[in-house]
Design a protein around this ligand. Structure first.
Ligand SMILES: [Ca+2]
Ligand SMILES: [Ca+2]
Length: 724
């Protein structure tokens, strides 16, 4: 019996993780789990593996990142090239060079690259060419366990009482290692949650900023800094969108700038306990930050002397400390938790914070309290009109723009008055001309404000208001485009009543209101995100059938706006789970914010990439990249009838011109009148139609799309379960 040695010449555009998947081996029957066994690199681009005691096998060689050979068979050792040719002896061929960056932009079965379609990062000036992959960095892929960190709150324990699944887990090193995954899926921009240093009992998401000038060390590694991430993404043709909070800081103040009074957490002793008895995962003895030798939570140089005196010593929290506010001495069992974890809204520094207390029930639809009260105990409302606040936040973010950050996403937009927030946005645009900045103005409904549509709130807290410059709440045209587009919560909100029920009914109504926005083609569209999903309560990961999601992506990738996918949607990750913790005992693994990295390991990634929605989204990205009208044009000739839709995307009077038909549930015949005459080609089926009388009519299969482009490129990509 002899051994079978397989050599394989890796094509230049394959990843370096070459695997061999085997089945029907002889003489004994064996098969591997996809993607199979890892092959070892040899010289000149060859990879090899020896299979002891095997004489023949059927096999597929793959890179675990979406490239693979066809099904092959081999008896006896041999040398194989990616086109399926076998050689009994090593042929005189070397690895082909990496794919060149020019050439044919499309063709059946071929993936036109980012560079071939929309160009390298530095050449892409119009952000509407991009599509966005959004992730909570700390929950995506862990490349460096040494920076992992457990938050105090919502800690998860296994059956033996061991803390598992640290909140801060994914990091820049992991993201850099898996940039090829995002590139293969076809996204050209990544929106990461705020990377600046955070502080709170549950701060893994980045929205509780403590120091805007520093990147949180729980995301970085010595060989994977924020700068390394930006540079690596750009090399892959991918832009970085930084999430920025302007509205609030964490409850500890801002390092080096402002202090919010409280006692060091290491002196907190819960009722019924005593100092030194805390047993909470890595928090042993007390609840102070276990990663720091002094067990303090903050290191604010503007803290008062009594706090700083205790900062550097007494990590056990045992030495008596007098609370200067009450004269009582800690540690003391059950002593007012508010003195450790809370904020006294009456004693905040007015140079940095608003002085109007916390938001309560009736404030949510009322402009002034919404914009001047604190959002939550760990979100303290900054005095955003003050020059010192502006200087600090604008200056801090300018540094990241200088490092190469390509776009900004602004959090909690409706909590800052528009003209005030535009001071920040415009300062960043002045610092980096051409910068794309979009905002999050969360609304559950059309969001038409004073224009009606059943809206309880006024226009000045609604998305359209921030995209405009006028001051008449009943007239969007009282002012032009502010240049500050928003996430499209209006369109999203209708999905509760249509896409989630297998229909497009009502999508036409909201798209016909596009005129209210400064520029609707710059809105960022989505099916769901870390806060919301399109269900009755707007708080779960998409629960609908897979075909409904496929039809949703057909819609988002062909209507106006920039599509944004929330991590994991490509495999229906955590389908139906709450987007955030709901119950008092919930931990992250039961929510939509669960750790994704288990689907990105060398062993699992091949399976992840074979998901029908992964392949579907990959092809939609490929098609959108190849058709400028889908990226940038407005919509016209819109007709929506529940089971289907037809519309035109016309960029610059025919420069790029597409007629789109969508079908959800069953097949549809789509007829669109008033179109240009000429030869149309469908990017989905490759069909051709000559139009001479201004009307085009075509058949669309259920949950597929017709994307008929005038003088178009023809079929792009391969048919899948939905696009066909
Ligand atoms: Ca990590
Ligand atoms: Ca505010």
């Amino acid at each position: 019996m002899s051994d079978l040695t397989i050599h394989f010449l890796k094509p230049g555009d394959w990843a370096e993780t070459i695997h061999i998947h085997l089945w029907d081996t002889a003489p004994r029957h064996e098969f591997t789990a996809w993607p199979g066994w890892k092959m070892t690199a040899e010289e000149d681009g060859w990879y090899a593996i020896t299979l002891p005691g095997i004489e023949s096998a059927r096999l597929v060689i793959n890179d675990a990142h979406g490239h693979q050979t066809s099904d092959l068979a081999r008896r006896g050792s041999g040398w194989l090239t990616a086109d399926g040719r076998w050689f009994d002896e090593k042929p005189d061929i070397k690895a082909p060079p990496p794919p060149h960056r020019a050439g044919p932009s499309s063709g059946p079965g071929r993936t036109p690259s980012i560079e071939e379609t929309i160009g390298p990062v530095e050449a892409r000036k119009d952000f509407r060419a991009e599509t966005i992959y959004f992730m909570l960095t700390a929950r995506w892929y862990d490349g460096d366990p040494s920076n992992n960190f457990f938050c105090r709150d919502r800690m998860r324990f296994d059956g033996s009482g061991k803390a598992i699944d640290p909140h801060w887990r994914g990091d820049f090193k992991g993201l850099i290692e898996r940039l090829d995954y995002i590139r293969d899926l076809g996204f050209t921009a990544i929106w990461i949650t705020p990377p600046v240093e955070n502080r709170s009992g549950l701060d893994y998401h980045g929205y509780h900023a403590y120091d805007w000038t520093r990147i949180d060390p729980r995301l970085e590694s010595p060989d994977a800094t924020y700068q390394d991430l930006i540079d690596a993404a750009h090399e892959k043709g991918i832009k970085i969108i930084q999430d920025v909070v302007v509205n609030h800081s964490c409850q500890y103040g801002i390092r080096g700038k402002v202090w919010i009074d409280h006692l060091p957490i290491k002196y907190f002793v819960p009722q019924g306990s005593q100092q030194g008895q805390v047993n909470h995962g890595p928090y042993q003895g007390n609840l102070g930050n276990y990663a720091w030798p002094n067990r303090d939570d903050i290191d604010n140089p503007v803290a008062p002397d009594w706090y700083k005196e205790r900062h550097n010593r007494d990590p056990e929290g045992k030495e008596p400390l007098v609370d200067p506010k009450t004269g009582e001495t800690v540690p003391k069992e059950g002593y007012n938790p508010g003195r450790f974890f809370g904020v006294d809204a009456n004693e905040l520094d007015p140079e940095w914070y608003h002085q109007e207390g916390f938001i309560s029930g009736g404030d949510w639809e009322s402009q002034h309290p919404l914009q001047h009260k604190h959002l939550a105990g760990d979100c303290i409302d900054l005095a955003t009109r003050r020059q010192n606040v502006k200087d600090y936040i604008i200056g801090s973010i300018n540094r990241y723009l200088d490092m190469g950050v390509d776009a900004l996403r602004i959090d909690t937009v409706k909590h800052v008055e528009r003209d005030n927030l535009l001071e920040y946005v415009n300062a960043w645009k002045a610092h980096k001309p051409g910068l794309f900045v979009f905002g999050e103005n969360l609304v559950k409904g059309y969001g038409w404000g004073d224009l009606g549509g059943g809206d309880n709130g006024p226009s000045p807290i609604r998305p359209w208001w921030y995209t405009r410059l006028g001051h008449d709440p009943q007239d969007p045209n009282s002012g032009g485009d502010s240049g500050f587009p928003q996430l499209d919560f209006g369109l999203f909100s209708t999905f509760r009543d249509n896409l989630s029920r297998g229909s497009f009914g009502g999508v036409g109504t909201v798209l016909n209101m596009d005129w209210i926005y400064g520029n609707a083609t710059e809105l960022v569209t989505f099916l769901q995100n870390h806060d919301v999903g399109p269900d009755n309560d707007f708080r779960f990961r998409f629960k609908g059938d897979q075909w409904m999601a496929a039809a949703a992506y057909n819609l988002l990738w062909t209507v106006r706006g920039i599509p944004c996918l929330y991590y994991g949607e490509e495999i229906e990750f955590m389908k139906g789970a709450p987007q955030d913790v709901i119950g008092n005992d919930d931990t992250l693994e039961s929510t939509g914010r669960a750790y994704f990295g288990d689907h990105l390991t060398d062993e699992a990634i091949g399976n992840t990439q074979s998901h029908p929605l992964y392949q579907h989204i990959k092809r939609l990205n490929m098609i959108r990249r190849s058709v400028p009208a889908l990226q940038k044009a407005g919509m016209s000739n819109l007709n929506e009838w529940g089971g289907g839709m037809g519309f035109v995307r016309d960029l610059n009077d025919g420069e790029s011109y597409a007629v789109v038909g969508l079908a959800i549930g069953g097949d549809q015949q789509v007829t669109v009148g008033g179109v240009r005459n000429g030869l149309y080609r469908d990017c989905v089926t490759g069909g051709e139609i000559g139009v001479g009388d201004g009307t085009i009519s075509f058949h669309v299969k259920g949950n597929s799309a017709g994307i008929w482009v005038l003088d178009g490129p023809g079929k792009i990509g391969e048919d899948g379960m939905y696009l066909r």
